[in-house]
Design a protein around this ligand. Structure first.
Ligand code: SF4
Length: 328
C-alpha cells in the first residue's frame, strides 16, 4: 500500500526546509534495545547523520533519555517547549492504565508527568511521528498477556486517524529490535521528504516501510529450497528448513535473511534459529511458543511436497484462528 490514497497531495511544509531535523526521542516500556541497534548503524552511522556527512541529511538528537548529556529539569525544559520542526520518535510501549502512571518522565511543578501525556502533547506538533520497535509500534512484549499496565503502541494511543503536521500517519518500524538500516533508512527517506527531495515512505497495511517489510522472511531465506522440496530439520543444527521447529518466516515480513544482522553477518534462520516473528503486529502472543518440535514420527507415506502443503495449510488455518491486531 502506498502511504495513503492522497500521498500525491502531501507536501512538505516550507517552514521545514532548513538545515537539520531535530529528533525528540521518548522511551517507554522497553529494553532500550532499539537505541542500541540504532547506535550500531554503519552505512550511514549515527555520527554521519549528526554531522551531515551525506547532505542534505542532518539531524540533531535534542532529547534522548539514554544518550543525552542533560538531565533532570534541564532535560524536561527541552520538551516542554519543543522546537518548531521536530520528528517525534517513540521507543517502547505506552502504559495507559491509571492514566499512564506506570511510566513517568519526571515532574513539572511537583506534578508527575507521564509518557502517555507527553506523546499526546507532542505528536500533533511533530512533523512526523515514528514508532521504533515492536513495543512502540504494536505494544510488543509489554502488551503480551496479561498486559497488567494496558500497554499500547503509539498508533493505538493516538488513534488510527492521527496525522502529523505533514499529514503523515504514525510510521511503524517494528522489530525486537529493528535492524539499524530500517531505522536510518526510514529516517533518511523521511528527511528527504521533509526537504522536498523524495516522496514520503511507502507504507504497508500496518504502516511499516514497504522497502524493508515488503516481503516475508521466508522469501529471502536460503533454506526456502528445502521448504519447497518438503525437507525439514527435525532438530536444531540440521541444514534443512526450520518450519517444523517453529519458524514463522512464511508468515512474517522483514528482509532479515538478505540484509543480515550484527555487521551484516547473519540472521535468525541463517544462524540456525527459527524466525520468531518479532516484526509481526501480534508478536509475541500469537507467535508463541517460539520453538516447537515436530510430531514423531512423521508419517512416512506422506510424500515431502504434500507434507509441505499440509503444513502450510495448517499454518494458514492457525493464522485465521488468531485475532489479528488490525481487527482488535
Ligand atoms: Fe522459511 Fe523459516 Fe524454512 Fe527459512 S527456515 S525456509 S524462513 S520456514
Amino acid at each position: 500500500m502506498v502511504l495513503n490514497k492522497n500521498s500525491a497531495e502531501i507536501k512538505p511544509s516550507p517552514s521545514s526546509m532548513g538545515d537539520d531535523i531535530q529528533l525528540i526521542w521518548l522511551q517507554g516500556q522497553g529494553c532500550t534495545g532499539c537505541t542500541v541497534s540504532f547506535l550500531q548503524a554503519d552505512f550511514p552511522g549515527v555520527v554521519d547523520l549528526l554531522v551531515g556527512a551525506i547532505p542534505p541529511i542532518k539531524v540533531s538528537i535534542d532529547y534522548h533519555p539514554t544518550i543525552m548529556l542533560v538531565w533532570g529539569d534541564k532535560a524536561l525544559e527541552l520538551i516542554k517547549k519543543p522546537p518548531e520542526r521536530f520528528v517525534l520518535i517513540v521507543e517502547g510501549a505506552i502504559p495507559t492504565k491509571d492514566d499512564g502512571v506506570y511510566c513517568l518522565m519526571g515532574e513539572v511543578e511537583g506534578k508527575p508527568i507521564t509518557l502517555l501525556e507527553y506523546v499526546r502533547t507532542l505528536a500533533p506538533k511533530a512533523l512526523a511521528t515514528i514508532a521504533i520497535g515492536t513495543c512502540a509500534s504494536f505494544g510488543g512484549i509489554p502488551r503480551g498477556h496479561p498486559n497488567p499496565t494496558s500497554a499500547k503502541g503509539v498508533m493505538d494511543v493516538l488513534g488510527r486517524d492521527y496525522r502529523s503536521k505533514l499529514n503523515l500517519p504514525v510510521i511503524n518500524i517494528p522489530g525486537c529490535p529493528p535492524h539499524p538500516d530500517w531505522i536510518t533508512g526510514t529516517l533518511i527517506n523521511l528527511i528527504l521528504f521533509i526537504k522536498g527531495k523524495a516522496p514520503p515512505p511507502s507504507l504497508d497495511e500496518y504502516n511499516r516501510p514497504s522497502m524493508f517489510f515488503g516481503k516475508t522472511v521466508h522469501e529471502s531465506c536460503p533454506r526456502a529450497g528445502y521448504f519447497t522440496e518438503g525437507e525439514f530439520a527435525k532438530s536444531f543444527g540440521e541444514k534443512e528448513c526450520l518450519l517444523l521447529l517453529g519458524c514463522k518466516g512464511p508468515d512474517v515480513r522483514g528482509d532479515c535473511p538478505e540484509r543480515k544482522w550484527n555487521g551484516r553477518v547473519s540472521a535468525c534462520p541463517l544462524a540456525g534459529g527459527v524466525c520468531i516473528g518479532c516484526t509481526d503486529p501480534d508478536f509475541p502472543d500469537a507467535m508463541s511458543p517460539f520453538i516447537y518440535y515436530p510430531p514423531k514420527p512423521i508419517p512416512a507415506f506422506i510424500p515431502p511436497p504434500t507434507l509441505t502443503i499440509l503444513l502450510y495449510g495448517y499454518g494458514i488455518k492457525k493464522k485465521l484462528e488468531r485475532k489479528p491486531w488490525k481487527r482488535r
